[in-house]
Design a protein around this ligand. Structure first.
Ligand code: 5GP
Length: 187
């Protein structure tokens, strides 16, 4: 087992719309020593998303070449698009003694569980199913078909929450961030 030290890898998973991105951003705002991994994806950027901050937006051939070359710590296909964690930046951060945080889907979390069994695995749950649907509709980043697909994926992800070390219900943002901060040993 990897020692329970602050300089470790934490995986944050949970259904689309549960608020993983908001929680992760608040963790980094309050604890700037945390390295928040920027994933690569073939998904087109949403309005307001910034290259290199929210994602590295890449074409499928470039993604597949990087994955085949071992440059991804993990990668998965989610609703027809590829998403992956660039390995080097995470390894550099951990090598520098910084805690690293990955915000990834269930398939990615499972890969990290195999390749880095010492990583802390946290699953974020919506307070209710209705609330998850409401948040997805409210943020307005997906049309109805994509939303339906994300809710179907959410059902599969929620069903697997028992695989995780910690399950946090995101009903109060501040409380969720506080819990994650203490789980990650940041305070
Ligand atoms: P979105 O399209 O909403 O930005 O992301 C869709 C899903 O892909 C979310 O569950 C998100 O956590 C996940 N995701 C984002 N980056 C990665 C990654 O690098 N690897 C994996 N496996 N999933 C990711």
């Amino acid at each position: 087992m990897v020692a329970w030290s602050p300089a470790r890898l934490t995986v944050l998973a949970g259904p689309s719309g549960v608020g993983k991105g908001t929680v992760a951003a608040l963790i980094v705002a309050r604890h700037p020593q945390v390295y928040l991994s920027v994933s690569a994806t073939t998904r087109p950027p949403r309005a307001g998303e910034v290259e290199g901050r929210d994602y590295f937006f890449v074409g499928r051939p470039a993604f597949e070449a990087a994955a085949a070359g071992g440059e991804m710590l993990e990668w998965a296909e989610y609703n027809g698009q590829l998403y992956g964690t660039p390995r080097a930046a995470v390894e550099d951060a951990l090598g520098d003694g910084r805690p690293a945080l990955l915000e990834i889907d269930l398939a990615g979390a499972r890969q990290v569980r195999q390749s880095m069994p010492g990583a802390l695995q946290v699953f974020l749950m919506p307070p209710t199913w209705q609330e998850l649907e409401r948040r997805l509709v409210e943020r307005g980043t997906e049309g109805p078909a994509e939303r339906r697909a994300r809710l179907a994926a959410a059902e599969r992800e929620v069903a697997a929450r028992g695989e995780f070390d910690f399950v946090l219900t995101n009903d109060d943002l501040d409380q969720t961030v506080g819990r994650l901060v203490s789980i990650m040993g940041l305070n």
